[in-house]
Design a protein around this ligand. Sequence first.
Ligand code: C2E
Ligand code: CA
Ligand code: CA
Ligand code: CA
Length: 279
Amino acid sequence: AKELGRDNFQFYTEELHARINERLAMETGLRRALEHDEFELHYQPRVDLSSGKVTAVEALIRWNHPELGQIEPLRFVPLAEELGLIHRIGEWVLHESCRQQAAWQKAGVADLPVSINISGIQFVQKDFIKLLSRVLRETPLDPSRLELEITESLSMQDPENSIRVLRELKALGVRVAIDDFGTGYSNLHFMKQFPVDIIKLDRSFVQDIVRNPEDLAISNAVISMAHSLHLKVTAEGVESVAQLALLADHGCDEMQGYYFSPPLPMEQCTALLRESRTL
Ligand code: C2E
Ligand code: CA
Ligand code: CA
Ligand code: CA
C-alpha cells in the first residue's frame, strides 16, 4: 500500500508538472502570438429563415500555434482574459473583422454586418467606447456593418452599467446582439430597456429541441419575448433539418449552425458569399 501511495503521488506530481508546463507554454505562446501574427478569424454565416439569404457573418478566432496546430478559442480565450492579453487580442479582432468587411464590400462580394464576440473584460473597460470609435474612424466602414455580441450573463451582471454602455454603442451606430441567450437569468425589467437588435438563442436549447418538449417551450418563450420587444432571434447551433423546421414553424428569424455551414476560413467564406449573391 505504501508503494502504491508513492506511485500515485509520483503520478500526481508528474501530471501536475505537465499541466503547469503546458500552461506556461500556452502563456509564453500567447504573449508572442500577436507579434507573430498567429491569430486568424474564421467566419460563420447567419441565414434568414424565410428568404434563405445570408444576413451576417460571425467572426470566430483561431490560434495557429507553431507546434500545437490550430487551437480553439475556449482553450485560450479564458487564459488570455486572466493574463490581461484579451484587450490586445480583442483590438486585433475588431480591426481584422472591420478590415475584412470593408474588403468584401469593396470587392463586390457582400455588404453584410460582421459580428464579433466581445469579452466581458473588454465590455466593462472604461476605454472600450473610445477604442471602438477610433477604429470606426480609421476604417471606411459603415458602423451598422459591425455587430457586437455580448453574452447574456455578462450583460446581467451589472444591468444598469450595461444599459449605459449599450446606449453609447447605439449612439455610435453599431448593432448589438445578446449572445447565449437563455443561460444567464435575464431580468425582464432590464431586458425591456436594453437597446439591442438581436437575441441569439443558446445552442443548448436548440440541440435537443426536437426530442425535448421543455427546450422547445423555452425556445418558444424566448422567440415570443424577443418579438414583443421588436427584436430578432437567431438560433445557434442548428445542425439538422428537423431543428430548422421546428424553429421556422415557431417564428424564429435566423439560424446559424453546421446545417448551413461551419465557421470557414476567409477564402472559403468569400466563395460561399459570392455563391449566395447577397448583393
Ligand atoms: P459562441 O460565441 O457561442 O460561438 C459559437 C460556437 O459554436 C463556435 O465555437 C462555433 O464554431 C460553434 N458552432 C457553430 N455552429 C455549430 C453547430 O451547429 N454545432 C455545434 N456543436 N457548434 C457550433 P468556437 O468557434 O469554438 O467558439 C467558442 C466560443 O469562443 C464562442 O462561443 C465565443 O464565446 C468565444 N470566442 C470565439 N471567438 C472569439 C473572439 O474573437 N473573442 C472572444 N472574446 N471570444 C471569442
Ligand atoms: Ca457569439
Ligand atoms: Ca453563442
Ligand atoms: Ca456559447
